[in-house]
Ligand binder design. Structure first.
Ligand code: NOJ
Length: 549
């Protein structure tokens, strides 16, 4: 059945971390011309939208999430002409471009902050969150930074503290000042006028803070490991007023054709769903759904999370799924290499828009780095828990071939992070030539998703598989129905699907080669770590149908 779905509902989003994708000019840092040289690779993945992490001028204390100019390109990444060319080439191939928008904070080198910190009486003095020291001196309150330590840094010149929930070089904008929010909308207009198709909005739920600056209460469930988790962050994020701001961003997008935003929100279902807004006052097209990243990798746990999320979605809200990004340990490291294909099949066959992190399609893993290679402030500020939280391991260069720098940079260049030791076998060239590789599997699955509406927009229903090891579900659209059965265990299993007794299905794809093309549904066997996609003889009448927004 073919209804009108927007591109951001049908297509796969592919995240590029620009520093790590392809260096074109020999400085060891990826850049826009590097991405341009790999656009055909993106096409070959059958992905429909490219999300670029920040490419704006930045002192790189947080690798671009500290923006010094929202409306320009950092020379390390190239020029505006390079950006325009990349956009044209992406569009020419029928793909879309999503850029990162970082509205919560700027770099301390942004001209707005330079002016704001000059004194307490300039045009931008109220553009950031400034507070006097506590009456007896010291920090204004107990708020903490995600990156370790207090969320306040004292500025000698103003004699005041400014707030930052991330690095101290990332002062937080004061979005309670209408001029500031208007300036942000102006930034959005700038990029929309250049033709971008959407925004990934950084920490969208954190934009407003408690106007009374009250202390945050202790977190009784704190495990004593990460200082930031010692408080319950009820005054620094997810304030109800933030939805008013998001609605205004959405209204701007809706005034243009076919644009979207995906908001970064790490919250449980009930609160997450509010970021869709309502039919009269829509907000994010997609609030990122990160929950499978932290779910124990067991069939029952994953099924419970997927079903709870599906059940919590408000009418008209479009689901989405994420298994990796530049802030999380690599997928293949979290679930293990043997399960990486199962995880890929899950991500690309659940109902809703998948976001794939560069390199996951070839099975990149975290690269353990000695302290002298650490670049991430999260690791450097908190060395004792760097192995848990440091983000360098998942940001290492893309592996294109077996040459010295894996094709990421010319031979002899020192990449900004080391290339993984496994690049001689784990790389695009080798895997493209191997029909059994995870990359070949990824391409087969994404190609299928393109042509099979049951997978891209079809309804979803999970089914009992008679074993704790298997998560099974149906995807259907019109008269077409597919069964997905994923074995999360490292041993063979025999799922039992009572409602399909006596029926046969046609094998469409397996995570491993060599299966027979017909599948007896009452004698189903899955090998260890195997996932299969089976076309069923009739449409399943019981799958949930949801209309597009
Ligand atoms: C979320 C981004 O994904 C992360 O990389 C960054 O450090 C923080 N926001 C601060 O911008």
């Amino acid at each position: 059945m073919s209804r009108a779905y927007a591109w951001w509902q049908r297509e796969i989003i592919y995240q590029i971390y620009p520093r790590s994708f392809q260096d074109s000019n020999g400085d060891g840092v990826g850049d826009l011309r590097g991405i341009l040289s790999r656009v055909d690779y993106l096409t070959s993945l059958n992905v429909g939208a490219i999300w670029l992490s920040p490419i704006y001028p930045s002192p790189m204390h947080d690798f671009g999430y500290d923006v010094a100019d929202y409306c320009a390109i950092d020379p390390r990444f190239g020029t505006m002409a390079d950006f325009n060319e990349l956009l044209v080439e992406i569009h020419r191939r029928g793909m879309r471009l999503i850029v990162d928008l970082v509205p919560n904070h700027t770099s301390d080198e942004h001209p707005w902050f330079v002016e704001s910190r000059r004194d307490g009486d300039n045009a931008k003095s109220d553009w950031y969150i400034w507070r006097d020291p506590a009456p007896g001196g010291g920090l204004p309150n107990n708020w903490l930074s995600h990156f370790g330590g207090p969320a306040w840094t004292f500025d000698e010149r103003r004699g005041q503290y400014y707030m930052h929930q991330f690095a101290r070089q990332q002062p937080e904008l004061n979005h309670r000042n209408p001029e500031v929010f208007e300036a942000l909308l102006e930034v959005m207009r700038f990029w929309l006028d250049r033709g971008v198709d959407g925004f990934r909005v950084d920490v969208i739920s954190l934009l407003l803070k408690d106007p009374l600056f009250r202390d945050e209460p202790p977190n009784p469930a704190w495990d004593g490991v990460r200082q930031y988790a010692s408080l319950r962050h009820i005054h620094t994020g997810n304030l109800p007023e933030v939805h008013g701001l998001i609605r205004r961003m959405r209204a701007l997008l809706d005034s243009r054709d076919a644009r979207m935003m995906v908001g970064e929100v790490y919250l449980p279902n009930a609160e997450l769903m509010r970021f869709y807004g309502g039919p009269e006052a829509p907000e994010c097209h997609l609030p990122f759904n990160f929950q499978l990243i932290s779910t124990p990798w067991q069939a029952g746990e994953v099924r419970a999370k997927v079903d709870a999320y599906e059940a919590a979605l408000p009418p008209g809200a479009w689901p989405n799924w994420v298994l990796g990004n530049h802030d999380q340990h690599r997928l293949a490291t979290r679930v293990g290499l043997a399960q990486a294909r199962v995880a890929t099949m899950l991500l690309l066959t659940l109902r809703g828009t998948p976001t794939c992190y560069y390199g996951d399609e070839i099975g990149l893993r975290d690269v353990a780095l000695p302290p002298e290679c650490w670049r991430d402030p999260v690791a450097i500020n908190q060395p004792q828990i760097a192995h848990l939280l440091g983000r360098d391991p998942e940001r290492t260069p893309m592996q294109w071939d077996s040459s010295a720098n894996a094709g990421f940079a010319a031979a002899g260049v020192l990449p900004w992070l080391p290339v993984a030791g496994d690049h001689r076998t784990v790389n695009v060239a080798a895997e493209s030539a191997d029909p059994q590789s995870i990359l070949s599997f990824f391409r087969a699955l994404t190609a299928l998703r393109r042509t099979e509406p049951a997978l891209s927009v079809g309804a979803y229903r999970s089914i009992d598989a008679g074993t704790d090891d298997v998560f099974a579900y149906l995807r259907s659209d019109g008269g077409r129905c597919l069964l997905v059965a994923l074995n999360f265990a490292d041993e063979q299993t025999k799922p039992v699907l009572p409602e399909w007794l006596g029926r046969r299905g046609e094998l469409v794809l397996s995570t491993r080669n060599g299966r027979s093309p017909t599948v007896g549904l009452d004698r189903l066997e899955l090998a260890a770590n195997e996932g299969i996609l089976v076309r069923l003889p009739v449409a399943d009448a019981g799958t949930r149908r949801r209309l597009s927004p």
